[in-house]
Design a protein around this ligand. Structure first.
Ligand code: AP5
Ligand code: MG
Length: 217
């Protein structure tokens, strides 16, 4: 199963992608997570990406496309994958199509996790992330078992640099301008489905699983 998760920053893509990865035993490929890992390790890519991410801007396509298309050729992607945060622009989607054409593969489903800007702004200030394993929580709706501590690895949770309210606002603007056009792109291909991302995360997950079940039946 090859799945793309679309949706605004904070809509819940990462939350749903992790659940999908576990259920279907396919890798969760998050370009945001890849960049954050590079920033943490001080790589050249990380240094370049941080410049854009901290301003709420997209990292230039040329830095993203190769990274992902190479990742998709790895052995663990043979059975499928869930893409979270890629593609994010029309040129990225076109580059993905070209890469898939080469191997005769196709995306089974592009799922939009839908949430209003207002719901997102309310949510983002409550997000806490694990800087070590990448798990995400919400202080009210999806809290860790022990306050401020990651359930998986015991690290201290942080507020992401780009979750400051003014940066969230910019990320939403960028989403509407550059990423939202992908909804029509995948609708035209007949593979777009939309789920409500504002309800309980487990309920949203059930909706996604039902959609995928219907596709693979
Ligand atoms: P990225 O890491 O992809 O960030 P994003 O798209 O802005 O999305 P988020 O990770 O902020 O939100 P999410 O939808 O994953 O929501 P989450 O599940 O955490 O990218 C970061 C940056 O990297 C970009 O701004 C850009 O600069 C760069 N970048 C990445 N990919 C790129 C690309 N392809 N091209 C160019 N640049 C790129 O949920 C949010 C919060 O809500 C959490 O606290 C969660 O616990 C909570 N929550 C989730 N679901 C629910 C629910 N149903 N009810 C209540 N709370 C919920
Ligand atoms: Mg995410």
């Amino acid at each position: 199963m090859r799945i793309i998760l679309l949706g605004a920053p904070g809509a819940g893509k990462g939350t749903q992608a992790k659940k999908l990865s576990l259920k279907y035993n396919i890798p969760h490929i998050s370009t945001g997570d890849i960049f954050r890992a590079n920033i943490k390790n001080g790589t050249e890519l990380g240094i370049k990406a941080k410049e854009y991410m901290d301003k709420g801007l997209l990292v230039p396509d040329e830095l993203v496309v190769e990274l992902v298309t190479v990742r998709l050729t790895q052995e663990d992607c043979k059975r499928g994958y869930v893409l979270d945060g890629f593609p994010r622009t029309i040129p990225q989607a076109q580059a993905l199509d070209i890469a898939l054409d080469r191997t005769g593969e196709r995306i089974d489903c592009a799922i939009e996790v839908d949430a209003s800007d207002m719901a997102i702004i309310k949510r983002m200030s409550g997000r806490r992330a694990c800087p070590v394993c990448g798990a995400t929580y919400h202080i009210v709706s999806i809290p860790p078992r022990k306050e401020g501590i990651c359930d998986n690895c015991g690290a201290e949770l942080i507020l992401r640099d780009d979750d400051k309210p003014e940066t969230v606002q910019k990320r939403l603007e960028v989403y509407h301008e550059q990423t939202q056009p992908l909804l029509s792109y995948y609708k035209d291909k007949g593979i777009l489905k939309t789920v409500d991302g504002v309800k309980d995360a487990d309920e949203t997950f059930k909706d996604i699983v039902a959609i995928l079940g219907a596709i693979s039946a």
